[in-house]
Design a protein around this ligand. Structure first.
Ligand code: ATP
Length: 209
């Protein structure tokens, strides 16, 4: 039995145990660009905890759910799909020209993701969902606890530039466009300022649940 499975089994082997113990089942992880939320989520997955990657699952749903796919096609045209590949750069170009399209896309995709996540999390003893827009998309309504991964802005910019080879001013502009409410709304704040390892941060997160 892995460390995580052992921990999960000890903490909450079933829904009944979970309810008695008051431990959360679904934990939402969010944070700004370059904060390290994917890195912490990957560490939790490595330990055996189920992690729902919202970006990846949203793309899967858009391609494979016929009702969602046809609404996306109506909105953006069928050339945003190449077979079963969703061409996000084509969507991004249209959204850039008309921001209202993003709101309309979100109204199609967010409820479908929420429905999918609810089913995915059902019967799982302790699991995590990672989303940059956890609160904006309404997914936090399904979460028993929410975690905000924080880091100083300059460090987030440096990490993102190193990761994506993007220009610092572009990253700064994206940071400024992001909603800052999540830090205030989250139950737990984890500070990924580089002073502790990712493993230590994952331990801290788990200990605070
Ligand atoms: P985005 O919303 O842009 O996807 P994110 O919050 O998911 O960002 P990550 O991709 O996890 O951020 O981290 C950004 C970059 O910083 C990655 O390349 C990651 O490896 C690196 N990183 C994150 N935390 C640390 C850390 N504590 N020490 C060193 N590098 C880190």
């Amino acid at each position: 039995m892995s460390e995580a499975n052992g921990l999960t089994a000890k903490l909450s082997n079933s829904e009944a145990v979970r309810q008695r113990s008051g431990l959360p089942t679904l934990v939402g992880i969010t944070g700004g660009i370059g904060s390290g939320k994917s890195t912490i989520a990957a560490e939790l997955a490595k330990r055996g905890f189920p992690v729902y990657d919202t970006d990846r699952e949203a793309k899967r749903i858009i391609v494979l759910n016929p009702a969602v796919r046809s609404q996306v096609e109506t909105l953006f045209g069928s050339d945003v799909f190449d077979g079963d590949t969703y061409l996000t750069h084509k969507v991004a170009a249209q959204v850039f020209a008309d921001p209202d399209l993003l709101l309309r896309l979100n109204r199609i995709v967010h409820p479908a993701v929420k429905f999918d996540l609810e089913h995915w999390a059902k019967d799982k003893p302790l699991c995590f969902v990672e989303s940059a827009i956890l609160f904006e998309s309404g997914l936090q309504e399904l979460c028993d606890k929410t975690v905000y991964v924080d880091a100083p802005e300059e460090l987030r910019i440096a990490r993102t530039v190193a990761r994506d080879h993007s220009a610092p001013e572009q990253v700064r502009a994206r940071i400024q466009a992001q909603n800052n409410d999540a830090r205030r709304l989250a139950d737990i704040v984890i500070n990924n300022d580089g002073s502790r390892t990712i493993a230590e941060l994952a331990d801290e997160l788990i200990s605070q649940l």
